[in-house]
Design a protein around this ligand. Structure first.
Ligand SMILES: C[S@@+](CC[C@H](N)C(=O)[O-])C[C@H]1O[C@@H](n2cnc3c(N)ncnc32)[C@H](O)[C@@H]1O
Length: 224
């Protein structure tokens, strides 16, 4: 996905009008899987440390990280989402900015994580920045939606989005997202491109796993 396309989609999708309903929308539209996926990310970073949550949004994952005892930082493009995070949590350092240009010093974090970012991001700049801010031995974990490979899962996936688009007619602030998310996911090459970009940057121990009927995936890697 081109940087500008992803950035423009993110700008069009997330705003102050849908920020307050985001937590409920993500819970219901993923049938609770969002929580399962975020728990999986937590399991992949077992030791307490300094963690950066990229595209932290309203702070669902960020809050779970803080509850686990990590020293937690967040960054997000959408100010309205960060305002919601601030009403929910104190003691979280969060900043309004983009994941491709991080306002943090080199070798600072034990972990960099993100949920639903890679399809919007310029992956080369993103990986460069993750590598820069991670300590040696640090780990990066990316999670996002994918378009399933298997025919039967694809059929179910397409049916699901048909229903979501209908629902969007009645939920104005999410109408744009529900209408465009399917084709955006289908056209995103994040899952196939990211492992090679991580490898080229010098990351090691790269893992890649599709989950929940191939509707989402998690990729992790270690900075040597
Ligand atoms: C679906 S929300 C996910 C929020 C949060 N990670 C979660 O799991 O609930 C996607 C978020 O990505 C943010 N975003 C998209 N592109 C970004 C970028 N390049 N840098 C920082 N944030 C970005 C949006 O502002 C939005 O808050």
């Amino acid at each position: 996905m081109e940087k500008e396309t992803g950035y423009l989609h993110a700008k069009g999708f997330f705003n102050e009008f849908n920020a307050s309903s985001y937590d409920n929308i993500v819970k219901f539209t993923t049938f609770g899987q969002d929580h399962v996926w975020k728990k999986k990310i937590l399991k992949m970073i077992p030791k307490k440390g300094f963690v950066l949550d990229l595209a932290c949004g309203t702070g669902i994952l960020t809050s779970l990280l803080q509850d686990k005892g990590h020293v937690t930082f967040g960054i997000d493009l959408t100010y309205g989402y960060l305002k919601i995070l601030k009403t929910k949590r104190r003691g979280l350092f969060c900043v309004n900015g983009i994941a491709e240009v991080l306002p943090f010093k080199n070798n600072y974090f034990d972990y960099v994580v993100s949920s639903y970012l890679p399809k919007y991001a310029n992956l080369i700049h993103l990986v460069d920045e993750c590598f820069r801010v991670l300590k040696g031995g640090g780990k990066v974990v990316f999670h996002d939606f994918i378009f399933p490979n298997r025919v039967v899962f694809r059929k179910l996936w397409k049916f699901y989005f048909k229903i979501l688009k209908r629902a969007g007619r009645y939920i104005k602030s999410w109408n744009n997202v529900f209408n465009k998310l399917d084709s955006f996911i289908m056209n995103s090459g994040w899952y196939s491109n990211l492992p090679e970009i991580l490898f080229n940057k010098g990351f090691t121990n790269i893992t890649s796993e599709s989950i929940t009927f191939e509707t989402a995936a998690v990729i992790s890697a270690k900075k040597p």
